[in-house]
Design a binder for this molecule. Structure first.
Ligand SMILES: [Mg+2]
Length: 285
């Protein structure tokens, strides 16, 4: 009990630096809705109850929609196919992933990466980096349980000790796994590499403000809301940029998560469906 309280304090401090006493932006009209996928719309290829119908309601409203995800276990194409098969009517151009942002970063920095990512993601989302001459000069880490062997982590460590860059697609502490239990995310592995090498990681996905700005594509943050189940990556990240955050009580949500950030989430709702109802109602006012 005491331990979890201490954790909560530490967590709150870490993610509330510089944002104390900030208020939510005035109620500017919502023009864009950013939606997290895993844990918010679906869990392990099954819709969160009511989400398919709720997305249809939102698509009839005068807002742009973007699906923003840190998911690295599958490529954008596979993710799109799974969403469609689950019943969601999604345009592939509305999907913005941490892998896309990572690919842009690697190009910009002209890097030769070792990937600790699933093969499907590397093949489809990093076509320009599948082979190169010479040794890797960077390591890209995402959620890739099959890749986190001691041998691979040692390979990564040696690149970093040689002066390589460490790039984290995201640093989630844990995820809701297919068996319904919380399981290690990529964050602990990134931090193990940081600890061993002394190299600080660059984090590309949520909650990085550059990631949200890429997804918003010039829409002012005050005209946008973010719906997600991760209080730090989705809600803190979005609100830090000036958006409003709807925290859903599905997926990885744990009781009391809303108290771990300051300011608290704009709204805490039972599900994606409830968030949509609130947004649609606010547009009709
Ligand atoms: Mg999520």
């Amino acid at each position: 009990m005491l331990q979890s309280f201490q954790y909560c304090i530490k967590f709150t401090r870490k993610f509330s630096i510089g944002i104390n006493n900030r208020k939510h932006p005035l109620m500017a009209t919502i023009k864009t809705v950013l939606i997290d996928i895993s844990g918010t719309l679906s869990i392990d290829n099954k819709e969160v109850p009511g989400s398919v119908a709720a997305l249809e309601r939102l698509q009839k409203a005068p807002v742009d929609i973007k699906f923003v995800t840190n998911t690295t276990t599958m490529s954008k194409k596979t993710l799109y196919e799974e969403l469609t098969q689950t019943g969601f009517d999604v345009d592939i151009n509305e999907v913005y992933t941490a892998l896309m942002a990572t690919n842009d970063f690697l190009k910009r920095e002209n890097l030769k990466p070792l990937f600790l990512l699933p093969e499907d993601s590397v093949k489809n989302d990093f076509p320009d980096f599948s082979s190169f001459d010479g040794k890797p000069n960077s390591v890209v880490v995402g959620l890739a349980p099959q890749q986190f062997s001691r041998a691979n982590l040692n390979k990564a460590l040696r690149i970093l000790l040689d002066g390589g860059k460490l790039i984290a697609t995201h640093q989630s502490r844990y995820i809701r796994a297919a068996d319904g239990k919380l399981s290690l995310g990529p964050g602990p592995f990134v931090q193990a590499l940081e600890y061993a090498s002394g190299v600080r990681a660059v984090t590309i996905g949520k909650p990085n403000s550059q990631f949200f700005m890429g997804a918003l594509d010039k829409i002012p943050p005050e005209n946008a809301v973010m719906i997600g189940d991760d209080v730090k990556n989705d809600i803190y990240g979005a609100q830090d940029l000036g958006m409003r955050g709807y925290l859903v009580k599905t997926g990885k949500y744990l009781e009391g998560d809303e108290n771990k950030i300051n300011p608290r989430p704009y709204k805490v709702v039972n599900s994606f469906s409830a968030a949509v109802d609130d947004i649609v109602a606010s547009l009709n006012k």
